[in-house]
Design a protein around this ligand. Sequence first.
Ligand code: COA
Length: 335
Amino acid sequence: MEEKNLNQIGVSFKGSGSYVPDQILTNQKISQKVDTSDEWIKSRTGISERRISSLGDNVTDMGYKAALNAIDNANWDVKTIDLIVLATSTPHDLFGSAPSIQAKLGASNAVAFDLTAACSGFLFALITASQFLKGGNFKRAVVIGADQLSSFVDWKDRRSCILFGDGAGALAIEATNEFDNFIGFDMRTDGKRGSFLNLPSKNKKDSIIDNIDFLSGSFSPIQMNGQEVYKFAVKEVPIILDKLFREKNYTSDQVDWLVLHQANQRILDSVGERLKIPREKILSNLEKYGNTSAATIPLMMDEAIRNQNIKQNDIIATSGFGAGLSWGAALIKWG
Ligand code: COA
């Protein structure tokens, strides 16, 4: 680690990248597995299809490809990267997948670790990395959101299996002493409501030798109370964004783009309505990918940056929310 540079006062956004697996699971195909229909899924969620990982597409593979795209987009030499944070709830290795991504990238000067906060994960990781940069310890960071929830979905549960898909996205961010494009953020957790959305470990008792038990490790599929999660999102997300706007002396009409965690089109519409942000400013790609958990925000941002919707100096309000329950918001200027 190089000497601390206390003049680093701000963060700038230098590049984006993403990756999704090739396999497409349409609503029509899901209806061959569970009792549902394209019409039901589309009208309740806005989702038409999602991507499903196969061999060669685990979180390390997807995260690596998204990170490489972001690094190329930023035009960085991988050796100049100081920090890699991987937001995921579905690592390929429970000890952490970020180190494998660091090795695949050849980013040998970067410290790399995982961060778990479910669908708030990318936002929490972006905030975490920004604090390291503003603290003066690191200059360049790659923040990745990657998830493979298809491995943990109960494909017999029509109330939840329709929602999720796999993918990855990444942003390349840099410390600067000239300006700060990370305008502000807020983060919240309410563990008391945690039972609304879980991917819990299955504690199966076994014994090592006589009288010494242990709990073998595996996970139960995703358990979700959809209605409660829905109510939580449409209530808390506008509150946290509105509070952030007020704190930073912004009004919602100064926002160029609202980039919400892509959970459900009805949630996006409702948050937009409450904040009085018109539909054309609310970015959405969940029709194609569903809810890719920690990947949704960078996947959406990368698409909008590459098709030149998001331009230099655009103001982006973003919010992640989900299991924990956890939620957060950030206000940034692109560039
Ligand atoms: N296809 C057809 N019918 C379905 C169905 C499906 N895939 N899933 C549920 N239903 C049925 C239910 O069985 C229920 O039938 P009933 O009235 O005969 O009992 C009916 O549809 C309504 O179910 P309900 O759970 O009230 O639906 P909903 O309008 O709340 O929509 C979700 C369900 C999951 C789409 C919605 O609650 C949601 O999006 N919640 C947020 C979930 C989320 O975003 N999670 C991740 C957060 S990070």
